[in-house]
Design a protein around this ligand. Structure first.
Ligand SMILES: Nc1ncnc2c1ncn2[C@@H]1O[C@H](COP(=O)(O)OP(=O)(O)OP(=O)(O)O)[C@@H](O)[C@H]1O
Ligand SMILES: [Mg+2]
Length: 305
């Protein structure tokens, strides 16, 4: 089973208006509520690719229950940990003459909540995959990812960590199976200006991250593709799928899901990179996360050998 953890999930309230100003009441032409959160995104794309997944999240209040209902409606198993206080946040995405995004702070997380999360994670078994995705919110202990890996270390669980900065560096000694920084995150980690086309530098820093403990390093390079340095030391790059890109939110999460789906089905890193690239690309061509059929279509048209 592939488990995902989302520490700070959200409902997204998406409204579309012709124009937004302060002169009068603004009226939206449409409004919809969508699920949000990076781990949850990974579960959605895994499930659309036919991989069984369970979404674990720290949720709270009525919005937390609605989020859990939406995730289940995608056919995904859930194990939400309900916090002692607060409500799961609602982030507002307003499309008008410009795009306005307002993200709310998450609810407070207590030590008891963290213990409840650990109790859920303790049930994972050998062979399971655990995906930790997203920045650690200010409401959680900043070393939480490290504490999770330390607690589950040595149990034959494959860890996938998609986060940045210190949070990423601190998990490396626990030998995560996969990390997926983008080139901006690589720049930040190594205090260097790394461009999306600078594959030599990316390879050098990916190898450094392997020396620090990562087993496989997948560096996504936005509209320039992705480079994988795998555990055998082989370097493979893929370009991007051709299409009309209208979105860059969730492309990285889709890539993580596609990679994990590919690896779990064929145990082949090149195939995993290709399916990850197809999933990232398909989500770039969509308003939100791509449907499964479209990911396969992009895979067959652009990445199949
Ligand atoms: N414009 C695009 N056209 C085609 N494919 C794209 C495009 N943008 C991204 N992708 C695909 O998605 C992958 C991941 O994108 P990106 O590097 O932007 O991830 P990210 O920065 O981690 O995104 P996020 O964290 O917001 O989900 C890329 O490596 C590429 O394969
Ligand atoms: Mg990312």
């Amino acid at each position: 089973m592939v488990y995902t953890v989302t520490l700070n999930p959200a409902l997204d309230y998406v409204m579309r208006c012709d124009y937004v100003g302060s002169e009068d009441i603004n009226r939206a032409k449409s409004a919809e509520i969508l699920l949000g959160g990076k781990g949850i995104n990974v579960s959605v794309v895994l499930s659309r690719l036919g991989i069984p997944t369970k979404a674990i999240a720290l949720a709270a209040g009525f919005t937390g229950h609605e989020l859990e209902r939406l995730v289940q409606a995608e056919g995904i198993e859930t194990e939400f940990v309900y916090l002692e206080h607060g409500t799961t946040r609602i982030n507002v995405k307003l499309f008008a003459q410009e795009q306005f995004d307002v993200n709310a702070p998450g609810p407070e997380v207590t030590d008891r909540d963290i213990e409840a999360l650990f109790a859920v994670l303790d049930k994972l078994e050998e062979g399971d995959v655990l995906v930790l995705a997203g920045a650690v919110p200010g409401s959680c202990p900043e070393d939480i990812y490290e504490r999770i890996l330390k607690r589950l270390d040595g149990r034959g669980i494959k860890f996938v960590v998609d986060t940045t900065g210190e949070g990423l560096l601190k998990v490396l000694p626990y030998k995560p199976f996969l990390i997926k920084p983008n080139h901006h995150e690589i720049s930040e980690l190594f205090h260097d200006d790394v461009k999306s086309t600078d594959v030599e530098k990316i390879e050098k820093y990916a190898r450094k991250l392997q020396e620090m403990g990562a087993v496989n390093v997948l560096v996504s390079r936005g509209s320039k593709g992705a480079t994988l340095v795998d555990e055998t030391g082989a370097v493979n790059s893929e370009g991007i799928a051709k299409g009309n890109a209208i979105n860059n939110v969730g492309c990285g999460d889709s890539m993580v899901a596609g990679f994990v789906a590919g690896y779990e089905t064929k145990h082949d890193y090149r195939y995993a990179l290709k399916l990850g690239s197809a999933a990232g690309g398909a989500s770039a061509f969509n308003d939100g996360l791509a449907p499964g059929e479209q990911i396969w279509e992009v895979y067959h048209n652009c990445f199949e050998d």
